[in-house]
Design a binder for this molecule. Sequence first.
Ligand code: F6R
Length: 598
Amino acid sequence: MAKATARRSPPTTIESSRDRERLKTVVFPEHSDLAARVAERIVEVIQRETQAKGKVVLGLATGSTPLGVYEELIRLHQAGDVDFSHVITFNLDEYYPMSPDSPHSYHRYMWENFFAHVNIAKHNVHIPEGVTPRERVTDACAAYEAAIRAAGGIDFQLLGIGKTGHVGFNEPGSDAASRTRIVTLDTLTRKDAAADFFGVENVPREAITMGVATILDAKEIALLATGEHKAGIVARAVEGDISTDVAATFLQRHPSVTCYLDLPAAAELTRIKTPWILEGIDWTPAMVERAVVWLAERSTKAVLKLSAREYAENQLSPLLARAGSAGPINGQVFNRLREKIRGRAKLPAHERVLVFSPHPDDDVISMGGILRKLWENENQMVVLDTSAVQRARATVNAGMEQKAPGEIDIPVVQNLKKFIRESEAIAALAAVGIPASSARFLDLPFYQTGEVRKRPLSEEDIAIVLRLIDETRPDLVFVAGDLSDPHGTHRTCKAAVEAALARYQGGKPEVWLYRGAWQEWSLTEADVLVPLSQDELHAKILAIFRHQSQKDTAPFPGYDEREFWQRVEARNLETAARADRLGLPEYYAMEAYVIQRV
Ligand code: F6R
């Protein structure tokens, strides 16, 4: 077997105090570094164990989190760097009941995303069976445990974490001694899976999962989490007390666990969220701003009214000591925040503006307000929708009657949906004043699976985006900077634009990131705050209404059952209200943008 080649320089990780952390945690600012590091570690374990005992046993997970790891392992295998012929695998779980051929089965997931692309022997693959008759499930679970023992135990266990804190499907209430068994899925877990199943009612109620004790028996464990939607539960698992309420906390009892996190998933860890509590830190202006806004919100006071006492009582004496008194720090932060507010007069005018919208409605949802202002400022606007096909639920009934939820539509239905979504996108842009001639539809290949899960980014995607950038020569580019998009479409779209811009020979445009439909940038993260009047917010909401096929039930509600327009209204009002509470001018509503630093 070939040795793993030294391929890339070591990934950058964030090193800082881990006083509060009860699990070894590595934070990667670059999302792609995380998958590469974990895959590298798996290859090391495969080589070490196969050399030592002629085989290696891996515990594997499904879900969106490990996909990058599987892609990287496939790449390393194809490069001749890793051999899977002596690898034995045990998957954590499977829905119950679930046919292995179903598009939702973890059998199919594992073969399509990993096993079919490497030289693993079929008889070495073990995945709990979702078709075992109920009366035989207990025996099948005991046999699964026995098979793990017979293989010599798991050398390396890969884990994701669910919003309930589950590892495998060990939902709240699972105890430390639990073994492979049938479990009832938590409501939150089923809601999280609803998008993949096209409706929570289609998500199975049960699953077969390895137990907490089965997982803790593994010699080494890697817990992976990516995306801001995992931040809360990750902090609970890493910094909280061990409890049956959160199965992942039991990992704290294991001697060899590493949590691999991207920055959004690590955002609620104390060392990332409020690092000034832990140690002496580098007081950059951005860090001072974060600390002072935190202090103001904590003390429910306007920034300019914070006193030395508040600084001292909230562990910010070191910051106070640097300036001597509260006044200058308050003033510095107030001015920074005030300068972010940019009404129409302070926004670009007479420039070429390119807007990338991963889905047809992301543009108006996230930036309906600024779109209108940029148009009024006589910028040349091109708005690009990068998707080809979307769910036009409740709109296309013809041809769909025989289709099971989640199955791929026949081409004619896909085209019809595409037509509907494109017409809606044009109508929505018109509602914020932008003509149909500004709208373009890219049909990027990565998007064209007809399924919720998309393909990885390809050279073809990048080439299409680059052609458009060459053609439009933008001064300003808007991209969705959302990192919690459940299916990674926003992330892939951003990666396509970044790769294309890196190759673009013309003058580099400024890149502004808008947040996706689910969240908003905080005041301290944002570089630009765009105030909206009541009428402007109303016009933006009317534009969102033009996406009629997405109305009444949001296709990806997660735990939030509000429609997109309701979330937009709440988030734009809240951003303005927060600014107001900090003592900034009182606006009706606000959008927020981050300027990407290169
Ligand atoms: C999957 C599994 C689950 C997932 C978890 C996170 O086999 O056991 O615990 O790891 O639900 O799912 P994603 O990665 O989709 O967020």
